[in-house]
Design a protein around this ligand. Structure first.
Ligand code: GDP
Length: 439
């Protein structure tokens, strides 16, 4: 995510690294480089200029503290300003109504329907809500079908009226239905057009006036950069929405939309969405995003994702097995599944400081574990539970079953063995730590 911007900012900071103090003169190049980096990331000139003016004022005006080098000081100032530019604090998402009504608007293809599904899933699984999805697109029957499919995947009902051509009526009926069936959140997926269009805008505005939503979320494809910002402006003038959703952050986005939107429409980004998997919706935290842009990773999100995924009791059971040296292929497979559920692998690795940069040219897809999974799947339950019995003959069979060569199976078995040796060694340490590791 935003790799180019991250790299350019790092280069900008290098210019000032060796300096003993910050002065107007020695900071000039760094400031210029930061501004160029922002403009190249598709941030508009005015925002980039104001941003760097602020950074400069703060840097020159700040007291020199002995323990902080000018380089570190600049990084800190830029980090604070990026956070501020993207909204400062986490925004409130209002789901207190009963039912809470959430209107989703945006251009066709921005990711509205996918987001509606992700949001319903998030509210159901993370917030213990009982959502109802509403298909309010009266122009494209396929849009209703798409929402139906998503609803089925996440186990959330979808309200639609295929014969009705009055979107306001559909929405009003849906709310009645939600009340009668005790659904406490109604998520309305509206019709979008390929470009801004008067009829579409009036329709969404009409729904807004009729049902007074608690939240109006404007969904925008972050890959579209400055266009995203212009569309946001037009929608905001008509709808006065309450928050922005940035989608497709998994793509090759430069960062312009994320960095400019709050400034232009003065509405917070509330969610970001990366990937088409329905369980990968993230609440937007400006400070964490600033850290990621600066190549510092985002350990907080990574830990939260892990905590959400890993069951405490399961974790203890696993620990016991490791302690008793009973970790087997079945456990290995289960761990892989858990990690995969946490989200896109490259995205996860990018949350480890420095890792995003190291990995930027490496293509890691979610299929990265497929080979390993295929090998474990080709083992019998007995073999999985007793790795020691896997002889050469059995390996031949596993290789064939998994579509791998015998060398690949041997290499994997060796790695697994080394992993177990490592676990054994850790178990022998009084502190449970690796040899050579500091307490
Ligand atoms: P809508 O027309 O606004 O409802 O947009 P859709 O939800 O149908 O999304 C348009 C296309 O973008 C579909 O092919 C989605 O699978 C894809 N899409 C949606 N959100 C994301 C995302 O966060 N990342 C990626 N890579 N693709 C997405």
């Amino acid at each position: 995510m935003f790799n180019n911007l991250t790299e350019r900012l790092e280069t900008a900071f290098k210019n000032i690294k060796g300096e003993a103090r910050v002065t107007d003169l020695n900071i000039a190049n760094t400031i210029k480089d930061i501004r160029r980096a922002l403009i190249d990331a598709d941030v508009n000139y005015k925002i980039a200029k104001e941003f760097t003016d602020k950074v400069k004022d703060k840097a020159v005006g700040s007291k020199v503290i002995n323990s902080i080098s000018p380089g570190q000081l600049m990084v800190k100032i830029v980090q604070d300003e990026l956070t501020e530019l993207m909204g400062g604090n986490e925004a409130v998402f209002n789901i207190t109504g009963n039912p809470a009504i959430i209107l989703i608007a945006g251009l066709q293809g921005s990711g509205k329907t996918t987001f509606s599904g992700k949001l319903a899933n998030y509210l159901k699984t993370k917030k213990a809500k009982t959502p109802l999805l509403v298909a309010a697109d009266i122009y494209r029957p396929a849009a209703i079908d798409q929402l139906m499919v998503l609803g089925e995947q996440i186990g959330v009902d979808v309200y639609s009226e295929r014969e009705n051509t009055n979107a306001i009526e559909i929405v009003q009926n849906a709310i009645k239905e939600a009340k009668s069936k005790n659904r406490n959140v109604v998520i309305i997926d509206t019709a979008g057009r390929l470009a801004i269009d008067e009829v579409m805008m009036n329709e969404v505005a009409g729904i807004k006036a009729a049902v007074q939503p608690h939240e109006i979320l404007f969904v925008v494809d972050s890959m579209t950069g400055q266009d995203a910002v212009n569309t946001a402006k037009a929608f905001n003038e008509k709808l006065d929405f309450s928050g922005v959703v940035l989608t497709k952050l998994d793509g090759d986005t430069r960062g312009g939309a994320a960095l400019s939107i709050k400034y232009i429409v003065d509405k917070p980004i509330k969610f970001v969405s990366s990937g088409e998997k329905l369980d990968t919706l993230d609440v937007f935290y400006p400070d964490r995003m600033a850290q990621r842009i600066l190549g510092m990773g985002d350990i907080t999100t990574l830990v939260e994702k892990a905590q959400a995924q890993f069951d405490e009791a399961e974790a203890r059971k696993l620990e016991k097995k490791i302690r008793k040296n009973q970790f087997d292929f079945q456990d290995f497979m289960e761990q892989l599944q858990q990690i995969k559920k946490m989200g896109n692998i490259k995205d996860l690795l990018g949350m480890i400081p420095g890792m995003g940069k190291a990995m930027k040219d490496i293509d890691i897809s979610d299929d990265a574990f497929k080979g390993v999974e295929a090998m474990i799947s080709s083992m019998t339950p007995f073999e999985r539970a007793n790795p020691d019995v896997i002889s050469q003959g059995r390996r031949q069979r596993i290789a064939k079953g998994a579509g791998k060569t015998i060398d690949e199976v041997n290499a994997f078995m060796k790695q697994f063995d080394q992993m177990k040796q490592m676990m054994k060694m850790m178990n022998k340490m009084p502190t449970g730590k690796m040899p050579g590791m500091r307490r």
